[in-house]
Design a protein around this ligand. Structure first.
Ligand SMILES: *Cc1c(COP(=O)(O)O)cnc(C)c1O
Length: 434
């Protein structure tokens, strides 16, 4: 059951993105272009929320904004009445600019600076998710100076490692994130937080990894967190009001990926928590989740114009597009796999297998190693679906290529949500050497 579904094609044989012709989008806004299917984003958030509502569980769906953090995206997420996670002062600033309700913001990160924590306190954000002892100290100092209080959660490493790429694992004990449960660090952190009346201890958090395709890891993490909550209830009379199980729900990039539906993940998590809570005779906490990739990813499409072509006799042709690792670094960074569609011949049978190369001066700048495509011409529009998460948000300016424009498309109507970077933008911060 894919979350990406079948691509829509119009009568001209062109790929459609939420009611708009992809070829027309490319011609109107230029390429490289990132286009989001807004209906798909709305639908995904609603699907996550609905499962909690059906189960009558208190919840928050908190969009992990690092997947794609811009003013327009925050406004869309707010329209759907979801929360957001931020991991930096920059993401928080973007949320402030978007007018996002600060009480629905959670602040993550394993090295939040004093300035970032001050910003969080000044703007009265919802929750700071404490990651380490240094941070507890810093935040305590700030709150003392400002005579304020703030809600906090503890980020824990439950000792669960997800079956995913090693860079995508975060829940194992030997991780840079969070307090380890096993060694007693987590309990020590709890005691420090409980001893400070300016820290309002809301609950516990774990994020086990990313691009996960099975429920086991979430179920195990949920059990461990509830067990810990029971232990802390007994020892410290501390009631865990929120159990935050993180994000990491996998999506479909290629036909080989077979992700679970949002409903399956959430149902499994809710059932696991309910079962363990009953067993441990605890009050049912609210359950929070933090999907990033699964909200922004499937909804995003990268549109490119095909340029040069290189034949390597006896091997395969290289087809080069006008973007690459500057708008999608994931293939170079993680060997991430994608599939492409020739947008102007979206239903045509493939004639050849090509390698899709980017225009950046790196041999590793290959978007797709092997792609079956109909015969293409320079000027054709090539589209890579499922690029909405960790694409634009990771985009570097390597080779001084401007970053692409981003449009939101909803029911056939498109609007620019991030302008294309100009050459002037590229030198904006440069200073003359005198
Ligand atoms: C990155 C991250 C997420 C989102 O992960 P996805 O794989 O994009 O769903 C959620 N929570 C935390 C703490 C994260 O670091």
């Amino acid at each position: 059951m894919g979350t990406q579904g079948e691509q829509q094609v119009n009568e001209a044989g062109h790929l459609m993105i939420d009611g708009a012709d992809a070829v027309e989008l490319a011609h109107t806004y230029g390429t490289p272009l990132i286009a989001y299917d807004v209906s798909a984003i709305r639908q995904q958030i609603r699907r996550f929320k609905k499962v909690f509502e059906r189960n009558q569980v208190d919840y928050a769906v908190s969009y992990a904004s690092k997947a794609f953090a811009t003013v327009g995206m925050f406004q869309l997420v707010n329209q759907e009445d979801a929360h957001i996670d931020v991991v930096s002062g920059g993401e928080l600033y973007t949320a402030i600019k978007a007018g996002f309700p600060m009480e629905k913001v959670s602040f993550h990160g394993n090295n939040k600076s004093r300035a970032e924590l001050e910003m969080a306190v000044d703007h009265h954000i919802g929750v700071v998710i404490l990651d380490n002892f240094h941070e507890i100290e810093l935040l305590s100092e700030i709150l003392k100076e400002k005579q304020q209080t703030i809600k906090v959660m503890l980020r824990l490493t439950p000792g669960v490692s997800a079956h995913t790429h090693k860079y995508d694992q975060t829940g194992q004990e030997d991780s840079k994130f969070g307090f380890d449960i096993q060694s007693g660090q987590a309990q020590k952190a709890l005691q420090q937080v409980l001893a400070n009346s300016q820290l309002e201890m809301l609950g516990i958090h774990a994020h086990i990894g990313s691009q996960i395709f099975e429920v086991n890891g979430f179920v195990m993490a949920a059990q461990k967190l509830v067990d810990l909550a029971a232990d802390w209830q007994k020892k410290f009379n501390f009631e865990t009001r929120v159990l935050n199980i993180g994000g990491g729900f996998g999506i479909q990039y290629t036909k080989e990926d077979d992700p679970l539906a949002p409903e399956e993940f959430v149902d499994a998590i809710v059932k696991a928590v309910q079962k363990q809570v009953t067993l441990r005779q605890l009050k049912m906490p609210a359950i929070w989740i933090e999907p990033g990739r699964s909200i922004a990813g499937p909804a995003g499409y990268s549109l490119y114009t095909i340029g040069s072509r290189k034949e390597v006799p006896g091997i395969r042709p290289y087809v080069t597009v006008d973007g690459g690792m500057g708008d999608n670094i994931r293939p170079a960074l993680y060997e991430a796999k994608y599939e492409a569609v020739l947008a102007n011949q979206a239903t045509a049978k493939p004639d050849e297998t090509v390698r899709i190369a980017g225009k950046y001066c790196e041999s590793g700048d290959i978007l797709i190693q092997k792609q079956a495509l109909p015969k293409s011409q320079p000027g054709d529009v090539l589209v890579i679906p499922a690029t909405g998460a960790y694409g634009y948000s990771m985009a570097p300016n390597y080779n001084r290529n401007p970053r692409p424009a981003v449009v939101f498309v909803e029911k056939g109507k498109a609007q620019v949500i991030v302008k294309r970077e100009s050459y002037e933008d590229l030198v904006k911060l440069d200073c003359s050497f005198v």
